[in-house]
Design a protein. Structure first.
Length: 141
C-alpha cells in the first residue's frame, strides 16, 4: 500500500509540471506580444505582468497556487507512506485531493469563476484534515 500512497504524490508533481508548461506556452508569447522584456519584469506582480491578458495570468496564478497548499499534501502523504501503514482510505483521500486540485487548475486556467473555484479549493482542503489526522495517528502509535 506504500507504493499506492506514493502514486498520487507523483501524479500531482506531474500535473504541476503540466501547468508549468502551460504557463510558459501562454506567458512567453503574451510577454513578446506586449513587448515585456523578462529582465525588466522583476517579479510576477510587477505592473508589466499585470498588463498581460487575464487568461495568461490565470494559468500563472494557478501554477503559483500549486506551490502553496499542495506542500501540505506532499508532507502528509509522504508521512503516511513512510509509516508503512497506509490504508485504502488514505490512498482514496490522496487521490481525491489530487483530482480536486486538477479540477481546480483547469477551472482557474479556463473559466475562473471565483466562487466555484473557492468551493473546489474548500473540498480539496477538507481532504487534508483526515489525511493529517491519519498521519498523526500512524506516526504516534
Amino acid at each position: 500500500m506504500t507504493q499506492a500512497m506514493l502514486l498520487p504524490v507523483a501524479a500531482l508533481v506531474a500535473w504541476t509540471l503540466v501547468m508549468a508548461v502551460w504557463m510558459l506556452a501562454t506567458r512567453v508569447p503574451a510577454m513578446k506580444a506586449a513587448r515585456i522584456h523578462p529582465q525588466k519584469a522583476t517579479h510576477t506582480n510587477s505592473e508589466a505582468m499585470r498588463t498581460l491578458p487575464s487568461d495568461v495570468r490565470q494559468v500563472a496564478d494557478n501554477y503559483n497556487h500549486l506551490m502553496e497548499q499542495p506542500t501540505i499534501f506532499y508532507a502528509v502523504a509522504l508521512a503516511i507512506a513512510v509509516s508503512g501503514e497506509a490504508a485504502a482510505v488514505d490512498v482514496g483521500l490522496a487521490w481525491g485531493y489530487v483530482a480536486l486540485r486538477i479540477v481546480h487548475s483547469i477551472w482557474q486556467a479556463t473559466r475562473n469563476v471565483v466562487m466555484i473555484r473557492f468551493y473546489i479549493f474548500l473540498a480539496a482542503s477538507a481532504l487534508l484534515f483526515p489525511l493529517a489526522g491519519r498521519a498523526l495517528f500512524l506516526l504516534a502509535t
